[in-house]
Design a protein around this ligand. Structure first.
Ligand code: AMP
Length: 396
């Protein structure tokens, strides 16, 4: 496998799959540029080498072919500003115009192709469509970790046309390296912190992590399914009744594998799902009728903090409570701070999944943890132990 850093792009046309699926407001202004910003180092390295860049991406979920609101042309002014280079645009990602523009592309130039998902062949992983895209460049670079779990034409199928010249860009390389470090080379003690709303979204992750981790800290809405499964009373907290048996089995499996499964001793309870609801503290196993747990309690924070500070590897996915509401954010905030503190002490910490990333950003701790994964769904599937088509296509 070629590495991006050592490849010399001089005189080459690099076809780069990026994830420019950014949010736009009603006047088509970008409201969060993080995904574009993240791809800039990859683009600049190719230009600096003397190569040219052909950018391919999707934007939103267009249903029926081209639509103004999903056009990538809205990104042109920002891309020009960030790269300091003029950016050409092809109104169709395949066809004559794209062919002409790419054929005439000179070293140091950038061409952005129109939204790939204006063709349904993209998501279907159509080989002929992939071959048309492939014909535009000499080298294929995949830097779109956010779509790496999809076997789409531009994320996986296209790699077949570049058996010798395919590689990850910087984002993909960092994502894969960071997650592999945690899943394959974790230094012990290894602690996984799992929260979020539901067990159902996390059960495969938990199963894959048992056998790898030393400690599993459970929080968020999903803790109540475990507490009820183990005989506790959870009032009107979020519970997935159909998963009680599975939660029991998971708990047994953890014990059999010498994994310490932590469930919060205490809980911040509320009489309604609202920031203004009446609040109280309760033992997690004795939540009164009509009350629901919306955050982990101070005892749990203390216990979790200690485990986190004694860890050498930390994986965190999912908030500890309803952190969007100020009255129920203390648990998530304290855990975020403990992860940052452990990182300063030398632990490797990986944060992933939409809401834990939002939490880390909310508390301004992004630069105090080792790695924040940008690929929500892709990251979760990777930690579930699944092979990601976008990663496999480059590695094979
Ligand atoms: P997920 O997408 O599964 O990671 O879930 C994230 C969501 O879980 C956030 O929006 C939180 O507000 C929510 N959440 C966390 N703790 C609880 C809880 N105790 N009860 C209900 N929802 C929760």
């Amino acid at each position: 496998m070629k590495t991006f850093e050592s490849f010399n792009f001089n005189g080459k046309k690099a076809l780069v799959r990026v994830d420019f699926n950014v949010p736009l407001d009603e006047r088509f202004h970008i409201t969060d540029t993080m995904r574009i910003d993240a791809a800039i180092p990859t683009i600049m390295k190719i230009l600096k080498d003397g190569g040219s860049v052909i950018l391919m991406s999707h934007l939103g979920r267009p249903k029926e072919g081209p639509a103004e609101k999903f056009s990538l042309k809205h990104l042109l002014p920002y891309l020009k500003e960030k790269t300091g280079t003029e950016v050409l645009f092809a109104n169709d990602c395949i066809g004559e115009e794209a062919k002409q523009l790419s054929a005439n592309l000179k070293g140091g130039q950038i061409l952005l192709l129109e939204n790939l998902r204006f063709y349904k062949q993209e998501e279907k992983g159509d080989e002929e469509f992939a071959s048309k895209l492939a014909s535009l460049g000499d080298v294929y670079v995949n830097d779109a970790f956010g779509t790496a779990h999809r076997a789409h034409a531009s994320t996986a199928i296209i790699a077949r046309f570049f058996p010798e010249n395919k590689m990850f860009g910087y984002i993909m390389e960092n994502e894969v390296k960071s997650i592999d470090k945690v899943l394959k080379n974790a230094e012990s003690p290894f602690t996984a912190i799992l929260g979020g709303a539901k067990v159902s979204g996390k059960i495969e992750i938990i199963n894959n992590l048992i056998g790898k981790v030393d400690n599993l800290l459970i929080g968020g809405g999903m803790m109540f399914t475990f507490i009820k499964a183990l005989g506790g009373e959870v009032g009107s907290s979020l519970v997935e009744e159909d998963l009680l048996q599975l939660a029991r089995e998971t708990s047994d499996k953890a014990e059999a594998n010498n994994v310490r499964l932590y469930i919060p001793q205490d809980t911040i309870i509320a009489d309604a799902f609202s920031n203004d609801a009446a609040r109280s503290e309760s033992k997690s196993t004795h939540i009164p009728e009509g009350w629901m747990g919306l955050d982990i309690g101070p005892e749990a924070i203390r216990a979790y903090r200690e485990v986190i500070l004694n860890s050498k590897t930390i994986l965190w996915n999912g908030p500890m409570g309803v952190f969007e509401m100020p009255h129920f954010e203390a648990g998530t905030k304290a855990i975020a701070e403990a992860v940052a503190e452990a990182t300063q002490k030398g632990a490797f910490s990986l944060i992933g999944g939409g809401d834990s990333v939002a939490a880390i950003n909310k508390y301004n701790l992004k630069d105090k943890v080792s790695y924040v994964s940008t690929g929500g769904g892709a990251m979760l599937e990777y930690i579930e132990g699944k092979e990601l088509p976008g990663v496999a296509a480059i590695k094979k």
